[in-house]
Write a protein that binds this ligand. Structure first.
Ligand code: ZN
Length: 287
């Protein structure tokens, strides 16, 4: 059964480790992540962006697939199904479809409007036992070919949003989505520390986990980060393994064209990436 992410992240923050959010795109992706979490006895959060939700034929399809897998794969570790960067409307769609966690990304609204919408969504989510993440300070990344360097959130605004009753909070600390540019200045630990001072026990979320050096990840966890989002890294690993299979001509040997064979190396590559991240984040054995 799906669980809210509130409890697992409270435990993570208190235990000084982080739970990975791994974004899913299809059945193979989901199966690979769930299987790895179960093998390593780790809690896990499955992330679904609005685009991925649409791709997988809507949120109800996603909920049906994930619930089916939890049962058929006999998954016993805590699993949350989480809307990633949700708009106001899509938060409601996911609450309706049976997600166990949502993120409301109101970072592009003026702070007053972010506060008003977050307040409303906190009540709606908690009425259903669903956890909710909010975001303060836009997290950079590639938009229209321009790579933003990653903003730093205002710690006072973080405190304001944290006090609305959200379960965990994403704050921009110089992190960005996608691949990091060569001239990236690194995470702002000053900002992270200031945000933690203001928000106390609130589990903090680090978006754009791909390509952040391991020592920075460890330091971020020591300063209160309890959830780390991983998306691009699984995509890169999956695609590289699939390319290798095709370029080696394996699809033309025997029944190598069978989609279950074509997708197998990518599946194993996602498993290896998820394992590596869970070990780095310290969530292994914490289920
Ligand atoms: Zn993000």
């Amino acid at each position: 059964m799906l669980v809210s992410a509130a409890e697992m992240l409270k435990k993570a923050k208190a235990g000084h480790y982080a739970v990975g959010q791994f974004n899913i795109n299809n059945l193979e992706w989901t199966k690979a992540i769930l299987q790895t979490a179960q093998e390593l006895n780790s809690p896990v959060i499955l992330g679904v962006s609005e685009g991925a939700g649409k791709y997988m034929c809507g949120y109800k399809t996603v909920v049906g697939m994930v619930n089916g897998m939890l049962e058929e794969m006999k998954i016993t570790v805590p699993v949350a199904l989480h809307l990633d960067h949700g708009s106001y409307e899509h938060c409601y769609k996911c609450l309706d479809a049976g997600f166990s966690s949502i993120m409301f990304d109101g970072s592009h609204y003026p702070i007053e409007e972010n506060v008003a919408k977050t307040t409303e969504l906190v009540a709606a989510a908690h009425a259903k036992g669903v956890s909710i993440e909010a975001e303060v300070g836009a997290i950079g990344g590639e938009e229209d070919g321009v790579i933003g360097m990653g903003e730093c959130a205002d710690p006072d605004e973080c405190k304001k949003i944290a006090d609305l009753g959200v379960d965990f909070l994403a704050a921009g600390i110089g992190n960005i989505h996608g691949k990091y540019p060569a001239n990236w200045k690194g995470l702002s630990f000053e900002t992270l520390d200031a945000v933690q001072q203001k928000t106390g026990d609130m589990p903090l979320v680090l978006h754009g986990g791909t390509g952040i050096p391991a020592d920075m990840i460890r330091k971020a966890i020591s300063l209160g980060v309890a959830k780390i989002n991983v998306n691009t890294e699984c995509q890169l690993a999956f695609t590289a393994a699939t390319r290798e299979y095709i370029e080696a001509g394996k699809d033309q040997q025997g029944k190598g064209y069978d989609p279950r064979k074509v997708l197998a190396p990518g599946f194993e590559a996602i498993k290896a990436t998820v394992k590596e991240k869970m070990e780095l984040f310290g969530s292994v054995g914490k289920a």
